[in-house]
Design a protein around this ligand. Structure first.
Ligand SMILES: [Zn+2]
Length: 578
């Protein structure tokens, strides 16, 4: 069955949250720090044979190249899949081959294609097919969840699973089986929080999975119990897997269709490269590879295989090291903790458990060390400060044992980190890949869980940047509904929660900083800054033409702004219909 929910608008959120974000509050200045360099001398990369002419030119524009000097040009010359030059209209027109296509930008702004270094690309589409959405504005509390769940159950045969996800319930942070049972007495139900790190099963699902009072929690996960009885709540992937392995499998065809649907969606918001940062099965890797071989993928993609359990290490030798110019296998992903309630921290917090690394630390370090030796990249999901420190310790030990050059291992999210960790990241060349739009949706929850003092250390984007740590920003969709880079850019500039609180006002990015973190730094996070991420001669012609000038929009307008054209390798992959 299919649920075609239109994407959630910011308005829906505001309505629900009762937070009337005024334009006056959000329009906090342009924050543009772009340098205009007059008439650059059109450097042509030595990679082009002498006499190479452009087959496509974009002229009469405001071209934000995002190069080291933040040069603004007028025009772009494209030869095949690469940028031949940027410069003045005159200089670029002089490079056009006879019969070359010219796109008159009519003053519109052009930027490098957006690079999302962390999302669950293949899962975005599943949120409207495999999973039933229990989200705003329809579902906002337990009563409306029950109403919507009853509706979903009516569409199923007795015994058929309902897999779903919820976003915010105003009256209960996490539902229990008692909330689900009255409206689903005969169907197994498992609903995850949108963030993906905890979920609730009803009694039928618990029965099928044989989870009883005597079922122990797996290492690194929690099967929650009250008075000895399971509540239906499961924290962390390892615990959630205890139930969801009984749910109907997500088929290869569903995965492929979801990838294609997501590709159309992401191209329409200006994304030209994405990193699927949490691939949990070799079949999913194969789905990307097959689509790429069939010529159906046009967005460039880097793939990371998640190793959730020690037994997953068997997959390491079975991975095919794909690299066909579009699809690349890049490395491995670990989750060392969960989200807020199960953040692995140095000090106690108000969540469910603060000292729960999902891997045994010793085994984790040994594993990182051997994977480091494969020459590939490693990414570790860390939310709590102890999780980040454990990952950094593991990286440091592996790099000391085998000092291969510039492994560029990554911390994903890095919500809470110590000041010392910033220095260690810098010293080790570790890249941070984080998601500023999380603050909107999860910031209030962190405030409750971590407390005011620690909130000063939440997602310290500016500190990292100023310390010389490479920071790439992205969406982590579908862990939030904000799949679009426009939301990520606005989030990095404002750091608003849905209650209008600013978290870390000294950590905001200017537009120019946010744009570079979503383009150049995204390329850097995949070792590809030499071929993409800025508009410079010799780089791939991955380009976005914006409807309005994003550098002049208030963050609120930027959030809902659109793009007119998306080009990958000089080919138009999205064109907005007016
Ligand atoms: Zn993620």
């Amino acid at each position: 069955m299919s649920h075609n929910h239109s994407p959630l608008s910011r308005r829906d959120f505001l309505k629900m949250a009762g937070a009337a974000l005024g334009g006056a509050v959000l329009a906090c200045g342009r924050g543009v720090e772009l340098t205009t360099v007059p008439a650059p001398t059109v450097p042509i990369a030595p990679t082009f044979p002498a006499g190479t002419m452009a087959n496509l030119i974009l002229t009469n524009g405001n071209v934000l190249t995002v190069d080291d000097a933040n040069t603004v040009a007028q025009a772009v010359a494209i030869a095949g899949d690469k940028i031949l030059a940027t410069g003045t209209d005159e200089a670029v027109r002089a490079m056009a081959a006879p019969g070359a296509r010219e796109i008159d930008l009519q003053g519109r702004t052009v930027t490098p294609g957006l690079i999302d270094p962390h999302l669950h690309f293949r899962a975005v589409g599943l949120n409207n097919t495999y999973y039933v959405p229990f989200i705003l504005p329809d579902v906002k509390d337990v009563a409306s969840l029950q109403y919507a769940l009853a509706d979903a159950v009516r569409g199923k045969q007795p015994g058929e699973w309902v897999m779903g996800y919820y976003m915010i319930l105003a009256d209960k942070s996490i539902p229990t089986k008692e909330d689900l049972d009255p409206v689903s007495p005969d169907n197994p139900v498992f609903i995850m929080h949108i963030g993906g790190h905890w979920g609730t099963a009803n009694s039928v699902a618990l029965q099928i999975a044989d989870v009883t009072a005597s079922t122990p929690s797996p290492q690194g996960g929690i099967i929650e119990k009250k008075n000895g009885e399971p509540t239906g709540v499961f924290y962390n992937h390892r615990a959630m897997d205890v139930v969801r392995r009984f749910a109907p499998p997500i088929t290869a065809d569903m995965i492929k269709q979801s990838i294609l649907d997501t590709q159309t969606l992401m191209a329409s918001v200006g994304v030209t490269t994405f990193h699927d940062n949490n691939i949990r099965a070799l079949e999913d890797l194969r789905a990307y590879q097959e689509l790429s071989q069939e010529g159906k993928l046009f967005l460039r993609n880097d793939l990371y295989l998640t190793l959730e359990w020690p037994s997953d290490l068997e997959k390491v030798d079975q991975v095919e090291h794909i690299d066909d110019g579009v699809t690349r296998f890049r490395g491995f992903k670990f989750l060392i903790d969960g989200q807020g309630p199960t953040a692995y921290c140095h000090e106690p917090h108000n969540g469910a458990e603060w000292r729960l690394p999902t891997w045994d630390p010793k085994m984790f370090k040994d594993t990182i060390r051997s994977l480091h030796d494969t020459g590939l990249q490693i990414c570790v999901h860390c939310v709590g400060d102890a999780a980040a420190d454990l990952a950094l310790e593991a990286y440091e030990a592996a790099m000391n044992a085998n000092p291969r050059s510039d492994p560029r291992h990554r911390l994903e999210h890095a919500i809470l980190t110590t000041a010392q960790a910033t220095q260690t990241m810098k010293d080790l060349g570790v890249v941070v890949s984080t998601q500023p739009a999380f603050i909107y949706l999860f910031g209030e929850g962190w405030n409750y869980i971590f407390g005011a003092e620690r909130m000063e250390r939440v997602m310290v984007t500016k500190e990292w940047m100023q310390s010389g740590v490479h920071v790439a920003i992205g969406s982590d969709a579908p862990s939030t509904p904000f799949y679009q880079p426009q939301a990520t850019l606005a989030g990095a500039m404002t750091r608003y929660t849905f209650k209008q609180n600013v978290i870390g006002s000294d950590q905001t990015f200017t537009f120019a900083e946010a744009l570079r973190a979503h383009t150049y730094e995204g390329a850097y996070s995949g070792h590809q800054e030499h071929i993409k991420g800025t508009l410079e001669a010799g780089k791939l012609a991955d380009i976005v033409v914006w409807t309005g000038d994003p550098s002049l929009l208030s963050p609120e307008d930027l959030f809902s702004s659109t793009v007119d054209l998306t080009l990958v390798g000089g080919k138009i992959v999205y064109e907005r219909s007016s």
